[in-house]
Ligand binder design. Structure first.
Ligand code: UGA
Ligand code: MN
Length: 244
């Protein structure tokens, strides 16, 4: 199967650094198709140039977050949903360009600031419906992880420091989903109406129940992805003509 990874990205000083780091890791992944969706009215030169040089198979799209839904500079980050418009645009592209029972793949929501091990992508290829694994550095714990019943090997709950009562207490980086499911349920998408922090839960609820989840990464005992967040640099001066 091909891994289709949908990445929302937006302009800020660290964008080029994030995308450089990401694109160079992704070169180590075989059978990979990067769907990169800019939070912008049009595709920017920065991202276009980076993708041109990336040696990756990619699709470059743009979809701007409506102003009302956009996080302001001083807002705490949990105040608005992030990546909604862009992920939906990526899903739409898949549904318009790929065909059920012909194209085979796994869909993954790959944020531009996290840290990914190449091992994660090998795990994903085992997915039948929805695969899950731990995510490091999120949820107020060292990692957020599905809880596995040792007798049945099924997911029975979630180990996390934040709202373990969520229907699926899993970060966006903590699951992959078979393309067949995406292509057969056209109404499944993200929405601004969802409660904050419930995008993942609501989305997964379209497709599956908890006991059908497939635990990966050694029965959810290994961390292959980290919810890293890059500090916003404090910039006091500006050198013209130098793109960072
Ligand atoms: C957490 C989750 O890891 C996200 O997947 C989820 O979208 C988010 O919470 C949420 O609840 O909305 P967090 O690290 O706080 O993520 O979010 P960001 O990394 O800031 O944003 C997620 C993605 O959206 C990134 O790829 C980022 O580049 C993109 N984004 C963010 C935009 O496209 N536009 C923005 O204005 C902000
Ligand atoms: Mn993030």
């Amino acid at each position: 199967p091909i891994i289709y990874a949908i990445t929302p990205t937006y302009y800020r000083l660290v964008q080029k650094a994030e995308l450089t780091r990401l694109s160079q890791v992704l070169r180590l992944v075989e059978n990979f198709h990067w769907i990169i969706v800019e939070d912008s009215d049009t595709k920017t030169d920065l991202v276009t140039g980076l993708l041109n040089e990336s040696h990756l198979l990619y699709t470059h799209l743009a979809a701007k977050t409506p102003p009302f839904e956009k996080l302001k500079d001083k807002d705490p980050r949990w105040k608005k949903h992030r990546g909604v418009e862009q992920r939906n645009t990526g899903l739409k592209w898949l549904r318009e360009n790929l065909e059920l029972n012909k194209d085979r793949g796994i869909v993954y929501f790959l944020d531009d600031d996290n840290t990914y091990s190449v091992k994660l992508f090998e795990e994903m290829r085992k997915i039948k419906k929805v695969g899950v694994w731990p995510v490091g550095l999120v949820g107020g714990f060292n990692a957020e992880a599905p809880e596995i019943d040792p007798k049945t090997g099924k997911v029975i709950g979630y180990k996390t420091g934040w709202r373990s009562d969520r229907p699926f207490a899993i970060d966006m980086a903590g699951f992959g989903i078979n393309l067949d499911l995406i292509l057969s349920k056209h109404d499944a998408q993200f929405s601004y109406k969802m409660a904050k922090g419930f995008q993942e839960s609501e989305f997964l609820s379209y497709f599956i129940t908890k006991d059908e989840l497939e635990p990966l990464a050694d029965n959810c005992t290994k961390v292959y992805v980290w919810h890293t967040r890059t500090e916003t640099p404090s910039v006091k001066g500006y050198i013209p003509g130098l793109e960072v």
